[in-house]
Design a protein around this ligand. Structure first.
Ligand SMILES: [Zn+2]
Length: 365
């Protein structure tokens, strides 16, 4: 239900007092946000499948992270989400596997066909194929298209209910529109690659671990800052000519192994230094880097309830999970780059417990 909310509400900017107020008015807040989300979802709903274009009445509840991966980290059918780490009063902490990270944009027929190679654990006996990478890219972009469409309606809705000022809503809409177009282009590219059998992706990292990690993630992230502090993606550049280049990251827990991988579009030079430096790191540090990146940049990862206590009691995990680029994206009063460098400093990974190491493995009694 609240999947798309964390980003909208700029997590982490709330003070203890604000959280207290929200907690005291939890029922009312929840009801209002529920209403907004309901309206936004309804307003963003299409009448056709985004993939095949067929007219449809009901959509598939598509999972971003394959459900079979979530099952491997679930306890009693539940996985935990970001909110369980950052203690946000309004959102639900635990989600059933069926609702975790889903979007409704395509028909059941498409959902069962277009991701079938990469969603099959037996496909990973060998290196992932171009087809699998295109399928992952297709889905990552679909998820963002769905998300941005709903967010756009959410801000319209807030404006209509006088909870937002016009300028702020316009600025948000402008950024969302640019963002949406980039995801649509990347979606079209992936779709074409699948149809034509083109090689469009470069696998910069692939690792098969012989144990089940307690974290599941699939998504694309526009990494802002490199290991040496230089800028990879200028996330403040709002020119329609500047395109953010995301990197796809997968952390897939299997029954007795895990797949960790990272890939980009062919010819994308922006990440060259990043993955060159990355490739020289020790395995444990590579895993730690990826853990830091998903915690700091994304709200869409899943953790096993098995590590819930360790994660939520660790101050650094909580602090790093609260980072969000949205927080200050509309405040031009200071040098955003200095702050950005500080905010996404990869050195900070060293403060995290490395949940991707064998000591946290799921397949251990
Ligand atoms: Zn379809």
């Amino acid at each position: 239900m609240f999947d798309n909310l964390t980003n909208i509400l700029d997590l982490g900017i709330f003070s203890d007092l604000e959280k207290q107020i929200m907690n005291e008015n939890k029922v009312e807040f929840n009801k209002q946000i529920n209403d907004f989300m309901k309206t936004s979802r309804a307003a963003s709903k299409l009448s056709y499948c985004y993939c095949c274009g067929r007219e449809i009445g009901s959509f598939c509840n598509s999972h971003t992270v394959p459900a079979f991966c979530l099952r491997n980290i679930a306890v009693n059918g539940k996985v935990s989400t970001l909110n369980s780490i950052i203690d946000f009063p309004l959102l639900n902490n635990d989600k059933g596997v069926a609702q975790a990270g889903t979007f409704q944009l395509i028909c059941r027929d498409c959902d069962s066909k277009i991701f079938s190679d990469y969603e099959n654990p037996y496909s990973y006996d060998e290196l992932p194929t171009q087809k699998m990478l295109a399928q992952i890219s297709l889905k990552n972009n679909l998820k963002f298209i769905s998300k941005r469409r709903i967010e756009k309606e959410f801000f319209t809705c807030m404006l209509e209910k006088n909870n937002m000022i016009q300028n702020f809503t316009d600025a948000k809409h402008f950024v969302q529109e640019l963002d949406l177009n980039e995801y649509i282009n990347a979606f079209n590219k992936a779709k074409k690659a699948l149809e034509k059998g083109w090689n469009e992706y470069y696998l910069c990292y692939y690792e098969k671990l012989n144990y089940t990690v307690p974290i599941a993630f699939q998504g694309c992230i526009s990494i802002a800052i490199d290991f040496d502090g230089s800028i990879i993606n200028d996330i403040y550049n709002q020119s329609s000519k500047y395109i953010l280049k995301p990197i796809h990251i997968c952390i897939f827990p299997f029954e007795a192994s895990s797949i960790i991988m990272m890939f980009i579009e062919n010819g994308d030079k922006r990440y060259r230094n990043f993955y060159k430096t990355f490739s020289k790191l020790e395995l444990s540090d590579k895993l730690l880097t990826l853990l830091y990146i998903i915690l700091a940049y994304s709200e869409d990862f899943y953790i096993s309830p098995r590590i819930y206590d360790v994660a939520t009691k660790n101050e650094e995990v909580v602090r790093i999970s609260q980072k969000g680029q949205d927080i200050f994206s509309l405040t031009p009063y200071f040098d955003p780059y200095a702050l950005l460098k500080k905010q996404f400093d990869l050195e900070e990974r060293k403060k995290l417990p490395n949940f991707l190491l064998e000591e946290y493995r799921m397949d251990k009694e």
